[in-house]
Design a protein around this ligand. Structure first.
Ligand SMILES: Cc1cc2nc3c(=O)[nH]c(=O)nc-3n(C[C@H](O)[C@H](O)[C@H](O)COP(=O)(O)OP(=O)(O)OC[C@H]3O[C@@H](n4cnc5c(N)ncnc54)[C@H](O)[C@@H]3O)c2cc1C
Length: 388
């Protein structure tokens, strides 16, 4: 594989600070040296993540990287975005691991948890000594998660949880699950430790996509947790939705990384592949594809950078995140497919990256708000008419 240089057509490197470039370059090197040599083996083994990389990832500050305090790296949102981009250049499963741990588990504890919850969990999660998962989706409720059937009922100073969560990243690996459940006062979030009686998990097998990521079901049968395990600051659907805004922000950057990996691979391949007496890169149709790729990547970088600046200024609106998640994942899907096409038959084997990214991106298009659901969120935002 040729050395990765990044696709920086509009010289955005000049806009990034030294710290931002350092964060990016450090993760880039980690992904190249430590992750990429391992990915083929883990993709072939459905649902296996290279757990030996959790400690080095924690050392690099990759868990909860844009949170302050409790052992978190406290990066700004540009550096954080660049980190997510580099992780997903490796694989969407690698970025998903960091996104779930940071945005979907550490963020709700950081933003909505009690002091005791923060002290108990955040340093452990930041250090990778504890793994977390986020249980919102159910077998019958994905996009419309507010219809959830999982219930939490008061029992003295405790809560009793019953229900099933499905499609939960890292469910069987997790020491603690953030479980969203319906109570008589509305949706609430609970921290459920893995050894609570009545709490079971199982891996989901047979995925074509995100194979190097663990996806699980959570089963809760009369699981009792004390009231101290309820997230005191989480009331209603805005609790889980605020976590999703954080995670979707990282996904919008991550998708650029997957797209760049495919673009670089297709560019390199088409320079070397001879067709009809000349390089594939010398054909007009190839150049049209490569020009589409680098133009869309550059536009996606600019969108993500601007939203990062707005987020750092504290003026983020969730519709902005919907726009960049929807757009950047969509162009990454198109670019991955074009790259796979340019590689011909070689494009279907795992010696090359394009098809792995292509099928991964199908998950990324679906989770954290589907492409169509983000269309409807944006549609409502600009027209004032709710069409969901
Ligand atoms: C690998 C993987 C990992 C995941 N990890 C997690 C996790 O860690 N935690 C978690 O809680 N969840 C997780 N999910 C679940 C994910 O968030 C859901 O799959 C997603 O929200 C979509 O829900 P669904 O699959 O039920 O699809 P549905 O909601 O049934 O959607 C099916 C189709 O209907 C469309 N649709 C939905 N509503 C409308 C509408 N109103 N109008 C028009 N079209 C509509 C959708 O766009 C889609 O095309 C994961 C999923 C995958 C695949």
């Amino acid at each position: 594989m040729p050395p990765f240089t990044g696709a920086d057509f509009l010289r955005l490197d000049e806009v990034f600070s030294d710290e931002e470039r350092l964060a990016r370059d450090t993760v880039r090197e980690f992904v190249t040296k430590e992750f990429l040599p391992r990915i083929q083996e883990h993709v072939r083994r459905d649902g296996s993540f290279p757990m030996e990389l959790v400690a080095p990832m924690a050392e690099l500050g990759l868990f909860g990287a844009n949170l302050e305090g409790h052992g978190c790296a406290g990066m700004n949102n540009v550096a954080y975005g660049l980190v997510m981009q580099e992780l997903e250049r490796g694989d969407s499963g690698l970025r998903s691991f960091a996104s779930v741990q940071g945005s979907l588990v550490m963020y709700p504890i950081h933003a909505m948890g009690s002091d005791a919850q923060k002290e108990r969990w955040l340093p452990e999660l930041a250090a990778g000594r504890a793994i977390g998962c986020f249980g919102l989706t159910e077998p019958d409720f994905g996009s419309h998660a507010s219809g959830m059937r999982t219930r939490a009922e008061r029992k003295g100073s405790s809560w009793v949880l019953n229900g099933t969560k499905r499609w939960i990243t890292n469910g069987t690996l997790a020491d603690v699950a953030v479980v969203w459940a319906r109570t008589e006062d509305g949706i609430r979030g609970f921290l459920v430790e893995k050894d609570r009686p009545g709490f079971e998990t199982a891996d989901m097998k047979g995925k074509f996509s995100l194979r190097a990521s663990v996806t699980s079901e959570l089963f809760l049968q009369d699981v009792e947790v004390p009231d101290e395990n309820r997230l005191p600051g989480a009331e209603g659907m805005k609790g889980p939705l605020s976590c999703l805004t954080q995670a979707r922000y990282g996904i919008a950057w991550g998708a650029i990384g997957a797209a760049v990996a495919c673009y670089e691979e297709a560019l390199e391949y088409s320079r070397e592949r001879e067709v009809q007496g000349g390089p594939l890169a010398g054909k007009q149709l190839t150049q049209e594809k490569l020009v589409f790729m680098i133009t869309e990547i550059t536009k996606a970088q600019l969108l993500a950078l601007r939203v990062a600046q707005i987020k750092d200024a504290g003026a983020l609106h969730h519709s902005m995140v919907s726009m960049i998640k929807r757009n950047n994942v969509d162009i990454a899907c198109q670019i991955a497919r074009m790259a796979r096409d340019l590689l011909g038959a070689n494009g279907i084997v795992d010696d090359y990256q394009a098809m792995r990214h292509m099928v991964n991106l199908e998950t990324v298009r679906t989770y954290e708000g589907t492409h169509d659901v983000h269309t409807l969120i944006l549609g409502e935002h600009i027209t004032g008419h709710r069409a969901i």
